[in-house]
Design a protein around this ligand. Structure first.
Ligand code: ADP
Length: 197
């Protein structure tokens, strides 16, 4: 049976930096005010295994992180070989993957399931691009973060960019099943549903 477009789901986290900076409410407000529905919400401390298996960890995904990093290095005239010891995007991606696990397990996160029309793309739009300097103003990352790979990588750590959101529908399906039990997902009707769509 085909699911209604209204029921598209995605996963959103406030990462440890966002929780420690008191940005949980701000993130929730931005999601709710767009008419998207929170159908699950919890604060957890992720284990290392859970954090590692959260990410796709495919070569394509690792290379993508590496490419974004290389773009940033180029833009700011930094030499990746000097800073990271390599300019191979896959090798860079693998290194970042380890830092991501350290970061995601470094404190509590607030994990949510968000439902609504085009929920995956809508939440990505609200969150903004990965690298804070590239994220538009008006997005969560653009408004609340200022970190950069060129700085983070000197400290051998992940970029602190406040939130995580599933990148596409297959990531969303994996993350939903990875982090949430079916009894933690709740159904209700938002008052606006009759008016907004
Ligand atoms: P997104 O979180 O926007 O989906 P990615 O999946 O490409 O982005 O990357 C996952 C996370 O890895 C990012 O949110 C960021 O915290 C971290 N990250 C990405 N690139 C770097 C980098 N060069 N240095 C440190 N951390 C990075």
């Amino acid at each position: 049976m085909e699911i209604s477009p209204k029921e598209e789901k995605t996963v959103l986290f406030v990462k440890p930096d966002g929780v420690k900076r008191g940005l949980v409410g701000e993130v929730i407000k931005r999601v709710e005010s767009r008419g998207l529905k929170i159908i699950s919400l919890k604060m957890i401390v992720a284990s290392e295994d859970m954090a590692r298996d959260h990410y796709p960890n495919t070569d394509g995904w690792l290379r993508g992180m590496g490419e974004k990093t290389l773009d940033n290095y180029r833009q700011y005239g930094k030499d990746p070989i000097k800073e990271l010891g390599t300019d191979d995007p896959l090798e860079i991606g693998k290194e970042i993957a380890g830092w991501n696990v350290d970061f995601l397990t470094s404190g509590p996160i607030v994990a949510m399931v968000i439902q609504g029309i085009h929920a995956v793309d809508m939440v990505r739009k609200i969150v903004g691009k990965t690298i804070p300097a590239v994220a538009e103003m008006g997005t969560i990352r653009g408004d609340f973060s200022v970190d950069s790979p060129t700085l983070a990588n000197i400290g051998k750590r992940a970029i602190h960019n406040v939130v995580h959101a599933s990148g596409d529908s297959s990531e969303a399906a994996h993350e939903l099943e990875h982090w949430f039990k079916s009894e933690e997902i709740h159904e209700y009707k938002r008052a606006e549903e009759d008016i907004m769509f």
